[in-house]
Design a protein around this ligand. Sequence first.
Ligand SMILES: Nc1ncnc2c1ncn2[C@@H]1O[C@H](COP(=O)(O)OP(=O)(O)OP(=O)(O)O)[C@@H](O)[C@H]1O
Ligand SMILES: [Mg+2]
Length: 210
Amino acid sequence: MLAIACLSQKGGVGKSTLARLIAQTYAAGGWQVKIADFNTKQKTSVDWAALRMSQNVEPEIPAEAFTEVARATKGDLDLIVFDGKPDSDTQTLRLAQSAELTIIPTGVSADDLVPQIRFAQELKKHGIDPRKILFVLNKTTDSTAATTDARNFIAGAGFRACITHIPNKTAFVNAHNSGRTLAETDFPSLNERSTALANEIVEALKEITE
Ligand SMILES: Nc1ncnc2c1ncn2[C@@H]1O[C@H](COP(=O)(O)OP(=O)(O)OP(=O)(O)O)[C@@H](O)[C@H]1O
Ligand SMILES: [Mg+2]
C-alpha cells in the first residue's frame, strides 16, 4: 500500500482539500483508495465522504477517522491518503515517515509560508528526504508576482513546489459543500487546473516509487 500525507503546521491551508482531490484522482483511475482522517476533532474528510455518498457522486471515496498510523495502514488498499491535523507533533512526523510523499499546502503570505517552511525543515531534520516533500500553493490571489515570490521562497529554502497553483474561489467551496473535489466544480477551467495539479502529484509519486 502506498501512502500520501497531506500535512502542515498551520490550520486551514488545504490539507483536507488536497487529500480529497488526491483520493478522487486515484479512485477515478481505478485504484482502491481511502482517506485516513487524523483530524479527529473535526473529521472534515469523514463528513465530506458521507456527504459525497449521500449525493451519489462517483467514484465513491471511503474515509475513516484514525488516531494511530499503524491502524490506518492495515488492509487491502492501493493507496491511503493521510489527512493530518494542524500540528507538528510526533503523530504528524510518523505520518510523514510512513508516507512515500508528503504534500504541504500553503498560502502565498509570509504568515503561511514562514511556518510551513519551518515545518518542512523540521521534517527534514527528523530524517524525511526533502525530495519526498512537495509544496502546493493554495488559495492564491490574482497577483502573479505574489505567487512567483512564494514559489521562489520555497525553492530558496530547498524544497519543491508544484507548478500549478490553486486560486481562492467560491466554486471550490461550493464543490466541497456538495461532496465534490477541486476537480469536480461547475467550471471546466477550474477543473482542468485542479486536474493539472493532481497530475503533478501523481507524477511526483511515480518518480519516488519507480
Ligand atoms: N482554493 C480554495 N478556494 C476557496 N476555498 C478553499 C480553497 N481551498 C480550501 N478552501 C476552503 O478553506 C477551508 C480550509 O480548507 P481545508 O479544510 O482543506 O484546510 P485544512 O488544512 O484541512 O484545515 P484544518 O487544519 O482545519 O484541518 C475549507 O472551508 C475549504 O473548503
Ligand atoms: Mg483538515
